[in-house]
Design a protein around this ligand. Sequence first.
Ligand code: NAD
Length: 356
Amino acid sequence: MKVALIKGDGVGPEVTEQALKVLDAISKRFKCRFEYREALLGGSAIDETGVPLPDETVDICTRSDAVLLGAVGGPKWDILPGNLRPEAGLLGIRKALKVFANLRPVMLFPQLKSASPLKEEVLAGGFDIMIIRELTGGAYFGEKKRVETADGIKAWDVTAYTSHEIERIARIAFCVARKRRKRITIVDKANVLESSRLWREVTGSIMKDYADVETTYMYADNAAMQLVRNPGQFDVILTENLFGDILSDEASMLAGSLGMLPSASLGASKVRMFEPIHGSAPDIAGKDIANPLAAILSCGMMLKYGFGMEKESNAVLEAVNNVLDRGYRTADIMQPGMTLVGTEKMGSIVAEEILV
Ligand code: NAD
């Protein structure tokens, strides 16, 4: 399997190194081979080539079987104009790979209950949510403009979706729900947004093809509240780009830390992208304290959704579970009585666990 490796900026390279240790262990145990091709994206690409997404990176990624990404961005590049910032590279590679569906599983590892900010009684039943976020449309990709007006500068970002963009991700979401607990909540603001009303029309029109899936709609503000009130009520959440970005970060805290959450991005091409949902965390970069489990679990998703290697993927999840059972914690999920370890050590322990 050819993997395009984008380590990125900030903690990106640190956590990706740990994910590679785990993939090496998977190679040894299951006798499979991964071939890595490194590519530049974001800040490191700007420093070396002057642009956040060099053509060579697009070439390497499109010729690979999967892309594994750390994270990009940082204050060093914040002064650049929007189209030259690291985030533009990220949006660009998602567009180039035509990945429009971002799958973000948010589950509570029982060992981390006390790291979650929610009360014990809210967490009693646990939760296992799959957030499916649309990734290449909406306000992040719509027309952006600034004009001078009599009232000062006016700026806008257009939230636009076509029925085709909605239908293709909705069909993925319904299929994912079918393989889970067969419940889907479509999150929008149909009370105020025309684009949300189109989401309702399109999803309503294909719902009959998935009659075995129970579908409900929820406004985004209510969903934000319900996630902390009763996260166990959700199975699959389907939503557009901006709401998905915000709600999945909120949901991540329920699981204890951003450092625990992986993601997979799928779409129209065979190449899929796998990355932790966290950013480059410049505040903790280079200190060996970042949690590498999100990057490691992203490898687990790559094995399952990228290569169809279910048992290898389960081995990664099981290793993470066992390491948490044995009491190892990075600083972000540290609890009294547990053993504090750094980024490097956590990566090594998970890799060793796979080979036990
Ligand atoms: P962030 O996710 O980098 O950090 C938010 C908070 O979570 C910070 O306090 C950070 O220390 C903590 N955190 C993040 N990852 C962690 C980990 N693995 N272990 C422990 N703690 C962790 O978000 P931000 O601070 O808003 O953004 C920083 C930079 O990252 C910005 O330039 C932003 O644009 C970029 N960003 C990139 C991506 C991506 O590459 N996919 C995603 C989000 C943000």
